[in-house]
Design a binder for this molecule. Structure first.
Ligand SMILES: Cc1cc2nc3c(=O)[nH]c(=O)nc-3n(C[C@H](O)[C@H](O)[C@H](O)COP(=O)(O)O)c2cc1C
Length: 219
C-alpha cells in the first residue's frame, strides 16, 4: 500500500511539513509505504486549459503539460491514499497547491455524467490545513465554505470525501522579537506551540493511521 503526501508549503521544515511527517509516520506504522513531495521544490505551472486530457481521440486523464509535475501526476494514479497539506494564505490554499490541484484534479475529471472521473480507483484522502488564525477567527471569515470547493472536487475525482484536519494558531517564526509582529503575543504563541501543536501532530498521526486502514490493499 502506497501513500503519497503533497506538501503545499514553501517551507520544507514548517508547520505543514511537520504535520505531514506525523501523518506519514502514522501510515507507515500501519503498513504503508510512504512518500512526501514538496511542491515548492519543483518547477511547474497550473493548468493551461488545453483540454488535451478530455480529447475524444486521446487517452483520457493525461495532462499534456510536460514539466516537473508530470511524473508526480503519473505516480499519483498508483497511490492507495493521498495526503494534501497546505498553509492558509489569504483565506485559501497556497498558489502552489492550487496550481497542483488544477493539474491533478482537472486532468482526471471528464465533462460527462457517465464517467465524471478517469482516476483509476476510489481512494481515501486527507487534507491538512494549517493557519495563523484561531478557530473562532476561521469561523468568522467562513474559511470552511471557502475550502468546500476542494472537498467537492476531490470527492468527485477521487471517489471519497477527504478527511479534513484544520490546525489553528500556528507558530510563524522561531523568534517573534525579530519581526514586526506586535499584533501577536509572542508568549501566547509560544505556549500554543508547546502545548497545543503536539496535539495537532497527534491528530495528524491518527489521520495517517486511519488512511492506511482505509486504503485499498493493492500490493
Ligand atoms: C503570504 C501569506 C499569507 C498568509 N495568510 C494567512 C491567512 O489568510 N490566514 C491565516 O490564518 N494565516 C495566514 N498565513 C499564515 C500561515 O498560514 C501559517 O503561518 C501556516 O501555519 C504556515 O505554514 P508553514 O509553516 O508550513 O509555512 C499566511 C502566511 C503567508 C506567508
Amino acid at each position: 500500500m502506497k501513500i503519497i503526501a503533497v506538501n503545499g508549503s514553501p517551507r520544507r521544515n514548517g508547520n505543514t511539513a511537520e504535520l505531514i511527517e506525523n501523518a506519514l509516520a502514522g501510515a507507515r506504522n500501519n503498513g504503508a509505504e510512504t512518500k512526501r513531495v514538496d511542491l515548492y521544490a519543483m518547477d511547474y505551472k497550473g493548468c493551461v486549459s488545453c483540454f488535451y486530457c478530455k480529447r475524444k481521440d486521446r487517452p483520457h486523464g493525461v495532462c499534456a503539460l510536460s514539466d516537473a509535475l508530470s511524473p508526480l501526476l503519473s505516480e499519483l494514479k498508483e497511490a492507495d491514499a493521498v495526503i494534501f497539506g497546505s498553509p492558509i494564505y489569504y483565506d485559501n490554499i497556497t498558489s502552489g497547491m492550487a496550481a497542483f490541484l488544477e493539474r491533478f484534479l482537472f486532468s482526471n475529471y471528464i465533462y460527462s455524467e457517465e464517467i465524471p472521473t478517469v482516476f483509476p480507483k476510489a481512494i481515501p484522502t486527507g487534507f491538512i490545513y494549517d493557519m495563523n488564525i484561531t478557530m473562532e477567527q476561521a469561523q468568522r471569515v467562513h474559511l470552511e465554505s471557502n475550502l468546500e470547493k476542494y472537498r467537492r472536487s476531490i470527492t468527485e475525482v477521487l471517489g471519497l470525501a477527504p478527511e479534513v484536519l484544520c490546525v489553528y494558531d500556528t507558530w510563524q517564526f522561531p523568534d517573534y522579537s525579530k519581526y514586526e509582529s506586535s499584533i501577536f503575543s509572542a508568549e501566547e504563541k509560544r505556549r500554543r506551540r508547546e502545548e497545543h501543536f503536539p496535539l495537532d501532530c497527534r491528530a495528524a498521526y491518527n489521520l495517517g493511521v486511519q488512511l492506511a486502514e482505509r486504503a485499498p490493499k493493492t500490493r
